[in-house]
Design a protein around this ligand. Structure first.
Ligand code: SAH
Length: 418
């Protein structure tokens, strides 16, 4: 099963694990008091020794949750076509970097690179490189095997990258821990199910004003965690709650905000575009923090480090954090985006080319997973950052000086490849 949208229901499963992370957290909480949900989430997911992504990795059928690129190759292929179509619309610059944040098993990049390879004649004069931002040593190893056959150089000298290699299709690939380490330059960014894994702060409106939700040790039950409210306002309640906020419970992901600011500044300065795909809302939802383990909902406070923790992405916050440096498009539902990108036609071609019934059934099943509004079609969204000049101003549409207006951005409109 895919990670369902928040509120989709299901019984949370509590489970064991070896307890090392819980003991570490319990010691810390006893020594210095409750921590923010953001700090808890960061420890549980990316602690260098015991974090969930660091140790377990989680993505894929044998893991804890499955993602669109793992369901069907068509997903990554259509995203590859999105980048080519934007590259063409932006005047075919002679070099670009494909920068993926949180590449999981590397499947999405692999599918995109296959499209680039198939379109060699179109891309022939373009110098393409791939840059992967990944904190998990375990997942970067899996990505290296998937993309390069495992032929990589660790810790190359005089570089910010921690690993380098060449893709099976001949494209240089570098790995980094932070987006800031990726060299500047014209870049297409991709973040698929990345922002939902970043730490959130949680806030609750009370009679005495806003309070932050914290994680503490339960004094009654040894090594059991519980949520408490901060006794007074915290720096985060002051910084992150808007005066006009009407909800009673709010989640904010400042790290997502910082990354979007960086992406927007880089695109404004060096050109390119960013495509963000994730489950989320436009500043309307409240409590979406949840855990997944073995494809089932998991109690977020139970056995930290053994389950994936996630929260819906607030696209209205991402839009605000782009601070007008770039234009933004979306969020648009996954099924609309993929339809605009031509998924139906691609499915027909694959069905025609597949001889056996099992493959045809698999193709139809994965199409249904991606597109069905009750499955991933409605709750996953696409959102893009683009240079302002990429979008033709509606007022200028009919003016004589814009005789050949730029094509509409694919996915958010129908794909028109010339
Ligand atoms: N994009 C993939 C994987 C999604 S899971 C897919 O859709 O299949 C989230 C990914 O983000 C994992 O690769 C995880 O290791 C990585 N990740 C989580 N927190 C990160 C951080 N702070 N910096 C960089 N990568 C991170």
């Amino acid at each position: 099963a895919a990670r369902l949208c928040s509120g989709a229901g299901g019984q949370a499963e509590a489970a064991g694990g070896d307890g090392a992370m819980l003991r570490h957290l319990a010691r810390k909480l006893r020594a210095s008091g409750p921590v923010t949900v953001a700090e808890y989430m960061r420890e549980a997911l990316t602690n260098p020794g015991q974090g969930y992504y660091t140790r377990r990795g989680g993505v894929g059928e044998s893991g804890d949750f499955i993602t669109s690129p793992e369901i069907s190759q068509v997903f990554g292929e259509l995203i590859g076509i999105w980048y080519i179509s934007e590259w063409m619309a932006m005047g075919k610059p002679n070099t670009f970097q494909l920068v993926e944040l949180g590449p999981g098993r590397g499947t999405l990049t692999e599918d995109i690179l296959r499209v680039f390879k198939q379109l060699t004649s179109v891309l022939s004069k373009c110098d393409v490189s791939v840059h992967l931002v990944e904190v998990s040593p375990k997942l970067s190893e899996i990505q290296a095997v998937m993309l390069t056959g495992g032929k990589v150089q660790p810790n190359p000298q005089n570089e910010l990258a921690y690993m380098k290699g060449i893709s099976k299709t001949g494209i240089p690939i570098s790995w980094y821990r932070d987006i800031q380490d990726v060299p500047p330059g014209y870049s297409f960014y991709l973040a698929h199910e990345f922002f939902d894994a970043l730490p959130i702060h949680k806030f609750q409106r009370t009679e005495k004003g806003w309070r932050e939700v914290l994680v503490d040790i339960d004094p009654e039950v040894p090594d059991q965690l519980r949520f408490v409210l901060s006794p007074s306002r915290t720096p985060a309640t002051q910084n992150f709650i808007q005066p006009e906020e009407s909800r009673d419970h709010v989640e904010v992901c400042p790290e997502a905000g910082v990354i979007v600011q960086r992406l927007a500044s880089r695109i404004e300065k060096d050109g390119g575009a960013a495509l963000v795909a994730d489950y989320g809302h436009d500043g309307t939802k409240t409590d979406t923090f949840r855990g997944f383990r073995n494809h089932k909902l998991h109690d977020v406070l139970s056995a930290p480090g053994t389950a994936d923790l996630t929260a819906d992405v607030d696209f209205s916050y991402l839009r605000k954090m782009a601070q007008g440096k770039t234009a933004t498009l979306g969020p648009i539902k996954q099924r609309e985006f993929l339809k605009n990108m031509g998924i139906d036609l691609r499915l027909q071609v694959l069905l025609q080319n597949s001889g056996d019934t099992a493959t045809r059934e698999q193709l139809l099943h994965s199409y249904d997973m991606l597109m069905n509004p009750e499955k991933m079609g409605d709750c996953f969204n696409f959102f893009a950052l683009l240079p302002h000049h990429r979008l033709v101003h509606p007022d200028k549409k009919d003016k004589p000086e814009s005789k050949s207006p730029l094509p509409p951005v694919a996915g958010f409109n129908e794909l028109l490849l010339k």
